[in-house]
Design a protein around this ligand. Structure first.
Ligand SMILES: Nc1ncnc2c1ncn2[C@@H]1O[C@H](COP(=O)(O)OP(=O)(O)OP(=O)(O)O)[C@@H](O)[C@H]1O
Length: 922
């Protein structure tokens, strides 16, 4: 509605202006017109000219003229000129009045009224629609020329279009610099006094002066309303303007508007401030590069709410440009009024009053911007109102009181955040997450959060002991993953799978973009996914398969994630993290959103140093791959203060928790407890039980186990000297198996040859017995004999037998002994390993070294150990048990390398369950 009205008014103004131009041209250039129309009648023209020059009344009294006019071919000259004059004056006689009305309507308030009515008052105009004209002076025509009494003067206002409408080019005459300053000052003051503070930003550049450009405005230079630029760095200013143009253009186009003006009218919001750049040249041509850039800026500026005022900068700008050329100190010719009419420029505004007015505007602006904003200022009044079909958009901070947004979408699908330790990177992430989660519901946004740093930075987002709330948008929270690079890999695999799932769904619906998929499949669950990986450089920390896989997965996700709504936010503390990236340009280039914390280097682009000088608790937000013109400085509110983020989380939790699942927490510092794991809890009686060895490192919580079928080789070896983990794996295996057998269905034969584990094994034995199972605790000295009987009865016994041996290596000397003519205990153990599985007997054995296991197996090869879990054993020792492949494994506490011939192509890292230690020495 507003738009339509404004549009009509604008059309009226333009028509009236055109008319005005024509009329003035006619009035003052009647002779020219007459001459043209009489080109083929030179004599007639001359006569007409002399008549017009003299004036019709004068000419009629001139006998010479009267004589010539009597000539036949001159017949009608007088009559014709009289008609023209009557017709024109009929229209023009009211021109000055009409013009006055027009300026009053199009230049309301400070835009057109005398300074006494507004100078020194702070404007209140909201800045959605700008006045169309701005007064610069007045013009006077003689009443005679206007069909009135000759000799009387008729004055009308002269105003120029500026904001959204036109650039302005001003040309000086000798010694007119003070007049030009007064003209510019008058114009700028009218603009600044019209709008509420903050709606307009003025940039001043003067090729000849560093500081003293428009000194009366000095007070404003403390604020964002006025920036004085370095005379030697015009290109910087032009770059900055080009950056605004690109950014605003992208924003408005995305919202479906061709200009900022159209967007403002339609949305009723200012969206962006207007910008006026005043460039003072010296009449000399600019350097070609500057000129090119200036023209480029000028062509896109108006649609982005940017107007240029060029003073003595000789250039022909394309598009709408009005001009004012000074004739002397008070008079000028303007393109608005035509070349025949001198404009009397308004008197300079009183310097003192301009200074006072500038101070008042500056103070009002500072008061309005307030002090530093808080985290609460980032949050919308109503939660969960935004839709993420096209993009995610949320403010993360403020610049001069105005919010600075981060956009994650088609143009900026992935983000790279960098800053040294303590620069506020984690705080930034919290500000971003809070702002996003408050705007988008968990159905619109799903978060996968991973922190490779030691510490608990994201831990609070998952349910905890002290705070039961969690962030409903979070699907996964991974903390303390510094040593578990595999978990990073698992997340990337998960994302790549999701990418495929989304691509397939998009293909089914014959669409290519998430927004279209959501439209076609309204019942589907297609939130945008944001995966935050803090200290992501850990992914590339070794020259191994993890690095290689992480690289290719990241590249895939980075490249294809955009259209499927899967976004990466990669954060890194040090340059090393970023440098890990330089060799991986595919990922780096896709991170078009760059966020640099103070002192961060190389995050933006090699040459963009903006972050180096950024103040504390600020960030440079750049959606243009770090190119300087995309820089947006923002103060980031404190999101890490006590209770701040948890406060928001509590509100979100109360709102969404009942309808959404809690996130999975993966904490690399805490091994899961067997009894608490879902995999253990879900076990039930089955025909082919699985011995659980530990938890897998995956996005979904799951455990790894070995199925003890009747196939040959279905025995399990635990390798290494670390007792705690070895005990854990052995016990989890036995206990999980016990859960899957009916009481009496299986016999557990336990033998512990490691003294320090005796208590734990006894405890296990008691527990199994208590569960109703048949258990035999064999003393070390009796093992050989028992192995014999087990081997002898191998096919004769009907029940399952689980032979669980702790420290087999310690039994080897005893097992090796043999009576002449008889098989040794070792021979019989080999029989069990080889023939046991097909006869319902499986060995779970712990060997404290690979060579001891080899000794045990003898020449029979490694096939009888179908699955193993290795602890402090070097990878190279393991290849014989892994079909000869190269095994990368650097042993680390609390982790095991697991391989099952029947299910794995390569070994994987698992986490042995945590065992509350009942009696072991550790
Ligand atoms: N915008 C801010 N306003 C006020 N305090 C802040 C702000 N940003 C960070 N801080 C404070 O500075 C401390 C360090 O910030 P933060 O943990 O975000 O830094 P970091 O760059 O992530 O460092 P590190 O990588 O070592 O964790 C925080 O404890 C927080 O209290």
């Amino acid at each position: 509605m507003i738009g339509k009205k404004a549009g009509e008014q604008r059309a009226r103004v333009i028509t009236a202006l055109d008319q005005l131009r024509r009329q003035i041209g006619l009035a003052l250039g009647a002779a020219t017109n007459a001459r043209k129309s009489a080109e083929n009648q030179l004599a007639k023209l001359e006569l007409e000219q002399s008549i017009v020059q003299a004036g019709i009344e004068h000419a009629a009294a001139d006998p010479q003229v009267v004589e010539r006019a009597k000539e036949p071919e001159m017949a009608g000259v007088f009559a014709w000129l009289d008609t023209v004059r009557k017709q024109f004056y009929g229209e023009w006689s009211d021109g000055p009045n009409r013009l006055r009305e027009l300026v009053a309507a199009s230049a309301p308030g400070a835009a057109g009224k005398p300074p006494g009515e507004w100078l020194g008052r702070v404007g209140t105009h909201s800045g959605v629609i700008a006045p169309e004209l701005w007064r610069v002076g007045s013009a006077t025509v003689d009443g005679g020329d206007a069909g009135r009494t000759p000799g009387t003067e008729m004055t009308f206002d002269v105003a120029v279009p500026l904001l959204d409408e036109s650039h302005l080019s001003i040309t000086s005459a000798p010694k007119t610099r003070p007049s030009i300053d007064a003209l510019v000052e008058n114009l700028l003051m009218r603009v600044l006094s019209t709008f509420e503070p903050g709606a307009v930003r003025v940039h001043l550049w003067d090729v000849g002066q560093l500081t003293a450009v428009l000194p009366n405005f000095y007070a404003l230079s403390r604020t964002s309303a006025l920036t004085v630029h370095d005379p030697t760095r015009l290109v910087d200013l032009l770059d900055e303007l080009a950056g605004h143009i690109r950014r605003i253009h992208a924003h408005t186009m995305q919202a479906g508007y061709t200009s900022l003006q159209a967007m403002r009218r339609d949305t009723g919001r200012r969206v962006e401030p207007w910008r006026i750049a005043v460039l003072y040249g010296n009449g000399e041509e600019l350097q070609p590069e500057q000129l090119r850039e200036l023209k480029r800026v000028a062509s896109g500026a108006l649609a982005a709410g940017i107007s240029l005022v060029l003073v003595d900068v000789p250039t022909a700008l394309g598009g709408a440009v009005e001009s004012i050329s000074l004739l002397d100190e008070r008079r000028a010719i303007s393109s608005m009024t035509g070349s025949d009419l001198a404009v009397h420029l308004d008197r300079p505004l009183p310097a003192g009053q301009v200074g006072t007015a500038a101070s008042r505007i500056a103070e009002a602006l500072i008061a309005k911007q307030g002090g530093p904003r808080s985290f609460a200022d980032l949050l919308p009044t109503e939660f969960g109102k935004q839709r993420s079909a096209w993009e995610l958009r949320a403010p993360v901070g403020f610049y001069e009181g105005e919010p600075v947004e981060v956009v994650i979408g088609d143009a900026s699908p992935h983000a790279l955040i960098g800053g040294p330790s303590g620069s506020g990177k984690t705080n930034f992430l919290y500000a971003l997450l809070g702002s996003l989660c408050a705007r988008y519901s968990p159905d619109e946004l799903a978060l996968y959060l991973l922190d490779f740093k030691e510490g608990v930075s994201f831990a609070g987002l998952a349910p905890g002991r002290r705070d039961e709330s969690w962030l409903p948008h979070a699907r996964l929270v991974g903390v303390n993953v510094n040593t578990d690079r595999e978990f990073g890999l698992a997340l990337l695999r998960f994302l790549a799978d999701e990418l495929r799932r989304r691509s397939a769904a998009a293909k089914d619906h014959e669409v290519t973009h998430l927004a279209e998929l959501r439209e076609q499949d309204p019942e589907g669950h297609w939130p945008r996914i944001v995966a935050v990986i803090d200290e992501f450089q850990y992914l590339f920390a070794g020259r191994d398969t993890v690095t290689a896989l992480a690289t290719s997965l990241l590249e895939d996700i980075a490249r294809r994630g955009r259209s499927q709504g899967i976004h990466l936010v990669l954060a890194s503390q040090d340059v090393a993290g970023i440098e890990a990236f330089w060799g991986k340009p595919a990922v780096f280039e896709q991170c078009t959103l760059r966020i640099a914390m103070p002192k961060a280097r190389r995050v933006l682009s090699e040459t963009n140093q903006a972050a180096v000088a950024a103040p504390k608790w600020h960030a440079v937000v750049n959606h243009d791959s770090g190119v300087a013109h995309g820089n947006q400085l923002a103060h980031i509110p404190d999101a890490s203060a006590k209770g701040v983020f948890p406060g928001l989380q509590q509100r979100l939790w109360e709102r969404y928790a009942t309808s959404h699942q809690r996130p999975r927490l993966f904490d690399g510092a805490h091994a899961p407890v067997l009894e608490e794991s879902r995999a253990f809890g879900d076990l039930e009686h089955v025909a082919r039980p699985k011995a659980l060895l530990g938890q897998s490192i995956e996005v979904a919580e799951s455990a790894r186990g070995v199925e003890l079928s009747g196939a040959p080789g279905r025995n399990v070896a635990v390798l290494g000297t670390t007792q705690k983990e070895a005990l854990s794996i052995m016990n989890s295996a036995a206990r999980s198996l016990a859960r899957q057998y009916q009481p009496g269905e299986a016999l557990f034969v336990l033998c512990c040859l490691v003294e320090t584990c005796a208590n734990a094994v006894t405890e296990l034995s008691d527990r199994l017995a208590a569960e109703g199972h048949k258990v035999e605790l064999v003393a070390p000295g009796e093992l050989s004999a028992r192995v014999h009987t087990l081997a002898d009865d191998l096919s004769a016994v009907d029940s399952k037998r689980i032979v669980t041996l702790y420290g087999v290596d310690a039994a080897l000397p005893a097992l090796e002994q043999k009576s002449p003519g008889q098989a040794s205990g070792l021979d019989q153990l080999r029989v069990l390993l080889k023939q046991g599985p097909t006869n319902g007997l499986h060995v779970l054995g712990w060997w404290r070294g690979v060579s001891r296991l080899k000794d045990t197996l003898g020449f029979t090869g490694t096939d009888d150990i179908g699955a193993w879990a290795a602890l402090d054993v070097q990878g190279s020792e393991l290849s014989p048990f892994c079909a000869g492949q190269v095994v990368h494994w650097s042993p680390r506490p609390g982790r095991a390398l697991f391989f099952d011939r029947s299910t794995h192509s390569a070994p994987e890292v698992i986490i042995p369950f945590h065992q509350p230690d009942p009696g072991g020495d550790e």
